[in-house]
Design a protein around this ligand. Structure first.
Ligand SMILES: *[C@@H]1O[C@H](CO)[C@@H](O)[C@H](O)[C@H]1NC(C)=O
Ligand SMILES: *[C@@H]1O[C@H](CO)[C@@H](O)[C@H](O)[C@H]1NC(C)=O
Ligand SMILES: *[C@@H]1O[C@H](CO)[C@@H](O)[C@H](O)[C@H]1NC(C)=O
Ligand SMILES: *[C@@H]1O[C@H](CO)[C@@H](O)[C@H](O)[C@H]1NC(C)=O
Ligand SMILES: *[C@@H]1O[C@H](CO)[C@@H](O)[C@H](O)[C@H]1NC(C)=O
Ligand SMILES: *[C@@H]1O[C@H](CO)[C@@H](O)[C@H](O)[C@H]1NC(C)=O
Ligand SMILES: *[C@@H]1O[C@H](CO)[C@@H](O)[C@H](O)[C@H]1NC(C)=O
Ligand SMILES: *[C@@H]1O[C@H](CO)[C@@H](O)[C@H](O)[C@H]1NC(C)=O
Ligand SMILES: *[C@@H]1O[C@H](CO)[C@@H](O)[C@H](O)[C@H]1NC(C)=O
Ligand SMILES: *[C@@H]1O[C@H](CO)[C@@H](O)[C@H](O)[C@H]1NC(C)=O
Ligand SMILES: *[C@@H]1O[C@H](CO)[C@@H](O)[C@H](O)[C@H]1NC(C)=O
Length: 382
């Protein structure tokens, strides 16, 4: 009788122990060294060289920042169906397998809204964004990598959902393919940041239906083409902030900007001339910066000068290089004259101001080369 009771007790205790440990396993499964709380798994700063094993299937936030992870292997995250945020900033990632975040027709990480891959060593935009299925992605951070070019359809799989933020700043981007920002209905309902790259040609953004803020600060752009910004006038609330400071812009065409532009930064460029008519169109403009440009104060500039003088309430000054004024560079006798307060009848004959077009510059260069060759031919003839 006693033996039976004892046997029963042991069985019950064993059963309870088994249930307890299995519950423990489910509730407290956490990769070694990581800190887990609720469904957040925090493995930051652990000198990991690869993803930890045993990441719980119900993980929502996965922090893998500040490690030494060098590649994201096939299916790295594709079974973590509840993921909302993956933080991989400050690693050593150079390769992302195209199935790292999804497996075609099997899983969809539809809750995943934020991927941070900033401060890694990627040389191109991961292919997972072209072919993968990340229908809920809102924030993609690729800043401070080593990306040199953006290929056609680079964001095809993620740009149709209304991304809020696409950050490609501080890379080494020289080439942006004409169809880089294509999609079925591509929208960036927030910020496209391409600042501090090496872009020379204004990227084609007209493939986007809408984008609110475009940041191209600190590139090498020389010209702002006609209809530079998305679906001109078709989307009334798009493109309201445009940052173009610290480029090499010499030429801005008519109809370049969206009429609802609120902020337009053009300081620290190489503008000598400007289509004044273009500014009068921008009736919503609140902040416009024009300082640190070599303005050519000739008759050509009259419309612009009138605009500036009549819209001082819209002018903003950002002091990057020490000259906070909108000043004349040419002609010589007007150098340093403040355009805001100058007498417009003092504007010089057009001949006294260098031509502003990038095309003319290239032609001048070509002409110089041609002249040199002709001169050399002439000399050798004798
Ligand atoms: C992870 O832990 C670090 C340091 O304790 C903390 O700064 C960071 O915010 C945590 N990450 C998340 C997603 O909670
Ligand atoms: C990455 O690894 C290198 C070499 O082992 C080490 O010096 C460095 O501290 C590691 N960095 C991090 C963030 O773990
Ligand atoms: C980064 O990864 C590469 C291999 O992809 C490796 O050679 C290099 O040592 C790693 N750097 C650090 C700091 O761990
Ligand atoms: C990604 O992984 C798959 C499966 O292992 C492999 O076939 C493919 O070549 C990998 N892709 C890259 C770019 O390494
Ligand atoms: C853009 O964002 C606003 C809120 O900021 C939202 O009302 C609107 O639906 C969004 N549009 C798209 C296409 O996502
Ligand atoms: C302009 O951008 C270049 C990089 O393109 C950077 O080195 C420089 O510091 C920037 N200048 C200012 C005044 O921001
Ligand atoms: C820009 O528009 C103005 C006003 O319509 C016009 O006078 C000027 O010729 C245009 N400039 C160019 C380069 O099309
Ligand atoms: C314009 O600049 C002022 C002063 O810096 C700032 O308060 C305001 O918010 C800016 N307007 C917009 C639309 O960003
Ligand atoms: C600018 O303002 C002045 C008066 O301050 C006025 O005479 C002139 O017609 C205005 N120009 C335009 C184009 O509105
Ligand atoms: C602009 O900044 C430079 C240094 O960055 C400073 O020396 C200069 O006084 C500033 N100018 C104005 C008008 O604020
Ligand atoms: C502008 O300059 C002209 C010619 O020098 C002069 O007649 C006129 O009085 C000046 N206007 C103002 C407002 O100073």
């Amino acid at each position: 009788m006693a033996a039976v009771t004892s046997f029963g007790k042991t069985t019950v205790l064993t059963a309870i122990f088994l249930i307890w440990t299995s519950t423990l396993a489910v509730v407290e499964a956490c990769p070694t060294q990581c800190a887990c709380a609720d469904t957040t798994v925090n493995c930051t700063n652990l000198q990991l060289f690869s993803l930890p094993a045993n990441i719980p299937a119900d993980t929502t936030v996965l922090d893998l920042s500040y490690n030494n992870i060098s590649s994201l292997l096939p299916d790295a995250f594709s079974t973590l169906l509840s993921l909302t945020t993956v933080d991989l900033q400050h690693n050593n990632i150079s390769a992302v397998n195209e199935t790292a975040f999804y497996r075609a027709n099997v899983f969809t990480l539809s809750s995943l809204h934020t991927i941070d891959l900033s401060y890694n060593v990627l040389t191109s935009v991961p292919a997972v964004l072209q072919d993968g299925s990340l229908p809920g992605l809102l924030n993609l951070n690729l800043q401070h990598n080593r990306i040199t070019s953006i290929s056609a359809n680079a964001f095809f799989a993620v740009i149709n959902n209304g991304l809020l933020s696409l950050d490609l700043s501080n890379n080494m981007i020289e080439e942006v393919h004409l169809e880089a920002f294509r999609g079925t209905a591509p929208v960036i309902n927030g910020t496209l940041d391409l600042s501090f790259n090496k872009i020379k040609t204004f990227p084609v953004l007209s493939t986007l239906n809408s984008v609110i803020t475009v940041n191209l600060e600190g590139n090498q752009i020389t010209e702002v083409p006609e209809h530079a910004l998305p679906n001109y006038e078709a989307f009334p609330f798009s493109v309201s902030h445009v940052y173009l400071q610290n480029n090499s812009i010499r030429l801005v065409h008519n109809n370049s900007f969206h009429p609802d532009t609120k902020v337009l930064y053009l300081h620290n460029n190489e503008l000598r001339d400007f289509p004044g008519f273009e500014l009068w169109r921008l009736t919503q403009l609140e902040n416009l910066t024009l300082n640190d440009n070599p303005w050519g104060c000739c008759n050509d500039l009259l419309e612009f000068v009138l605009y500036v003088q009549n819209n001082t309430h819209r002018l903003a000054f950002v002091n990057d290089t020490g000259f906070a004024d909108v000043e004349c560079m040419d002609p010589l006798d007007l150098r340093g004259t403040d355009i805001l307060s100058m007498n417009t009848s003092h504007l010089a004959e057009d001949d006294f101001c260098p031509v502003a077009t990038a095309v003319a510059f290239r032609c001048d260069l070509l002409m110089t080369v041609v002249c040199l060759i002709l001169a050399i031919l002439k000399i050798t003839e004798k």
